[in-house]
Design a protein around this ligand. Structure first.
Ligand SMILES: C[S@@+](CC[C@H](N)C(=O)[O-])C[C@H]1O[C@@H](n2cnc3c(N)ncnc32)[C@H](O)[C@@H]1O
Length: 488
């Protein structure tokens, strides 16, 4: 009992809170002072029995006025949103900005910008409040493209930019065209549009011809088709529509931050929305140094992390944003080569490795696993030969000069790229481990229904090259276990 209590206490103590560089980390907003300085805020402030100044968090007008005065007082920003639009909390949104700042200054991935270059970001779904571009530009001098699709968001985001001439040059608001075949989304207002496109096909680009990935997202374009030819960004960020329905959104009875259906929901919820960003990132690759999104559900973090390994991200990072009672998660990934590494060529290499896959659905057999193995390595740019009679896939890394940068890293392996984050899931996909001439065979044996043995055998023993076989095979094990476990 006692030890449980201690554990709980320890967990609470260890829980991450406000980012240390967040203006409010040691200085929470002082409502009494703000009330004395801003007469329009004063009517919303009352004093509790303990004598402390408070506001009614369930009153939209109070939370909006608080955001307005905080942006003005602490950030010299003029700001407003119409009734009912999503009202951001400033300390909470600042955490995400500071996390991106950490990612950009870390040496997890190669730096592509020169010293003195301006940081350029892309805010997916900037909303009427345009909070991230306003904060990023005023706190750090970053420039932004902020995208959105509803008229009200575009009109008010532009107004919020115009009302701040000292940073307005830094922010472009970009309309997302909903594209052809666009229908009003069921159960939402006219502003939420969905296209009739049902699947996103990843074909030639990824060497996965005919293999369609249904993201479950049927909305307007997110990055592909919005980012223009030749554009490059240091990062993208997104506070996605978290929910599938307004009932699910269930508007937290303890606070009132507004939020229209167009802001809060999309078909498939945040999982579908962020899956679509991931699919777009596979095509856009180095157009962004970091792709990031916020998530409202921890379960989606795990799921999307596995998806990122499957599509060949080189680095995946996660974090937790805690502000008061609200908990959100941050997911970041990149396709640039990871920089930190340890030399692994001295590792005595095993040329035969194996693992078991258990608990598969009965209808899934060796052939499905082999096809996943083939897809996975083909995605990473390797040549794959599937033999359905011997139940093997032969894999050889291609000699592709365009990937020379990635392949040159193959003698080094960094299983964990670390940063100061609270939670992290980092690693290296097979992409940056596949070296020219590395060739190996993966064989799959059915043991009993639902249980398979997966074996990997190195085809050559070149000391330097073979050093990457084991991490590649370990990564394959993770991917297959996650995939087939999920499909149970
Ligand atoms: C949860 S709100 C976030 C608003 C603001 N960034 C914030 O953090 O308060 C989500 C926004 O995404 C927009 N949105 C939905 N689908 C979009 C798409 N495909 N492209 C751009 N914006 C989109 C919505 O209109 C809405 O303004």
């Amino acid at each position: 009992m006692g030890s449980n209590k201690n554990k709980k206490r320890r967990r609470t103590a260890e829980r991450p809170t406000t980012h240390p560089r967040n203006k409010y980390s040691n200085n929470p907003p002082d409502f009494a002072e703000l009330a004395s300085l801003y007469p329009t805020f004063k009517p919303f402030v009352f004093f509790g029995r303990d004598g402390r100044p408070r506001i009614d968090w369930t009153d939209f007008n109070a939370t909006r006025e608080l955001t307005r005065v905080l942006l003005l007082h602490d950030h010299c920003l003029n700001w407003w949103i119409p009734d009912g639009q999503l009202c951001p909390t400033v300390p909470n949104r600042s955490n995400y900005i500071h996390w991106i700042e950490d990612l950009l200054s870390s040496d997890i991935i190669a730096k592509t910008t020169k010293i003195g270059d301006k940081v350029r970001g892309f805010d997916i779904g900037t909303g009427a409040n345009c909070i991230y571009p306003l904060l990023g530009a005023s706190l750090l001098g970053w420039s932004f493209v902020g995208s959105d699709m509803t008229d009200v968001a575009l009109e008010w985001a532009e107004k919020n930019v115009r009302d701040n001439p000292h940073i307005s040059e830094l922010i472009e608001i970009r309309k997302v065209e909903s594209g052809e075949n666009t229908l009003p989304a069921e159960g939402s207002n006219n502003e939420a549009l969905v296209s009739t496109k049902t699947e996103i096909y990843l074909t030639e680009d990824m060497g996965r011809e005919g293999n369609s990935l249904n993201t479950g997202y049927y909305g307007p374009p997110i990055l592909l088709g919005v980012v223009r030819d030749g554009e490059e960004f240091d990062f993208c960020m997104c506070n996605p529509p978290f929910f599938e329905t307004m009932e699910e959104a269930g508007l937290n009875p303890k606070t009132s931050c507004g939020g229209t259906p167009a802001e809060m929901i999309c078909p498939g919820g945040e999982k579908a929305f962020v899956t679509c960003i991931i699919e777009d990132s596979v095509t856009l690759r180095h157009t962004f140094r970091w792709y990031t999104s916020m998530l409202g559900r921890k379960s989606n973090l795990k799921l999307l992390t596995s998806k990122l390994w499957e599509v060949g991200a080189t680095v995946v990072k996660t974090t937790e944003f805690v502000q008061g009672q609200t908990c959100r998660w941050g997911l970041a990934w990149s396709f640039l080569p990871s920089v930190k590494k340890i030399l692994s060529s001295h590792v005595t290499e095993k040329s035969n490795l194996s693992f078991m896959l258990q608990g598969l659905e009965r209808k899934l057999g060796a052939i499905h696993v082999l096809q996943s193995v083939e897809d996975y390595f083909r995605n990473a740019g390797a040549l794959c030969k599937l033999n359905t009679s011997s139940f093997t896939v032969d894999i050889t890394a291609k000699d592709d000069k365009s990937d020379a940068n990635l392949k040159s890293e193959s003698q080094n392996y960094d299983g964990v790229a670390s940063c100061d984050d609270v939670q992290e899931a980092s690693g290296s996909s097979c992409l940056n481990l596949l070296s020219n001439n590395l060739s190996f065979r993966v064989s799959v044996f059915q043991q009993t229904p639902g249980t398979l043995l997966v074996k990997g055998s190195l085809q050559q023993r070149d000391g330097q090259i073979s050093g990457s076989f084991s991490p590649i095979f370990r990564r394959l094990e993770e991917v297959l276990k996650q995939k087939f476990h999920r499909e149970k």
